[in-house]
Design a protein around this ligand. Sequence first.
Ligand SMILES: Cc1cc2nc3c(=O)[nH]c(=O)nc-3n(C[C@H](O)[C@H](O)[C@H](O)COP(=O)(O)OP(=O)(O)OC[C@H]3O[C@@H](n4cnc5c(N)ncnc54)[C@H](O)[C@@H]3O)c2cc1C
Length: 332
Amino acid sequence: MNILVYIETFEGTVRRSALELLSYANDLKTLKKGIITALTGPEADDGTISCLARYGADKILVLKGAGKYYSNLSLKAESIRQAALNEGSEIVLFTGNVAGRSLAPLVAAKLKAGMVPGIYSLPKNLEPFTINKKVFSGKAIATVTVHTPAKVLILLPNSFALKENPVPEVKEDLDPGITEPATTTFTGIRILDTVRTNDQIRLTEAGIVVSGGRGLKSRENWRYVEELAGLLGGATACSRPAYDEGWCPHDGYVGQTGKVISPNVYLALGISGAVQHLAGISSSRLIVAINKDPDAPIFKSADYGIIGDIQEVMPRLIEAVKNYRSAPGSTP
Ligand SMILES: Cc1cc2nc3c(=O)[nH]c(=O)nc-3n(C[C@H](O)[C@H](O)[C@H](O)COP(=O)(O)OP(=O)(O)OC[C@H]3O[C@@H](n4cnc5c(N)ncnc54)[C@H](O)[C@@H]3O)c2cc1C
């Protein structure tokens, strides 16, 4: 079963989510033998190539064409279609972030492939291809069967552990030779520029997320969220009221109408746990809630809870983390 993995890079580094795709592809390969091909962009350097080979990419295709295929979604999708056909890929993998969710349907349409988003596990069966997906913001599981020869799967970020699986480096250039926009599926979307909004760890890929809600009461208290996230090496996030108040930028807003994240640890400070908020965080491996109301709904979803006032709990918690960090022999 040949597998094509779409590799997203950012500022010269391979995104963690792309390495998760490769780890998943290697697990798929244990079910049925095949070649894993990683398709990456023109900025791929030697470091990118060796990283991809370390995570088990049998072949690395580097898309040539002066970046033009990477600034136009339709051309990029056409390049991926060509790569999938050339490599005889039965499965094409994308990650469930904005880039992956924009590209995957275009590629699926071009390949006449069945597409399944929300993947968090290996297929239950290969013939017919049957797989579980998360639906209703992770509240339920649907089992779907895909009957098309080609399949496009979108994996939930942070659902798969990274596994190195070193193979020899095999690199090839791919020039799709497309000169005009592929008008049949042209979406009208062109990426003109990419601007970094902050220097923080990317929210959708963060292992630890510290999130604040209305219970923080003021912009000044947002410092608790930032300080704890900084100490723990995590990203910051927020509920809708905290975003509405301007305490946190929009790219930190999580929930049904915000980002959907699945970190290892989600700390909710002064967040009630409304169903729309939980829709974005319920796939977190561990939820820790701090709330002064013992009946706050968040405690039903939390693995650990602290009932108390943010103003009292946070300075003590931050102090405790600092002490732990400075203790001899503490783990980073
Ligand atoms: C269509 C729709 C879509 C929505 N989408 C989203 C979404 O994507 N994301 C989202 O977050 N919301 C969304 N909402 C809003 C959602 O319904 C809730 O209103 C929101 O999540 C509540 O945010 P909160 O928990 O910060 O505030 P609140 O519900 O007001 O909760 C504040 C919590 O802080 C606690 N608290 C107060 N003071 C303290 C203190 N001193 N110490 C400790 N705890 C304290 C309170 O006990 C309370 O539990 C949506 C709503 C609608 C209608």
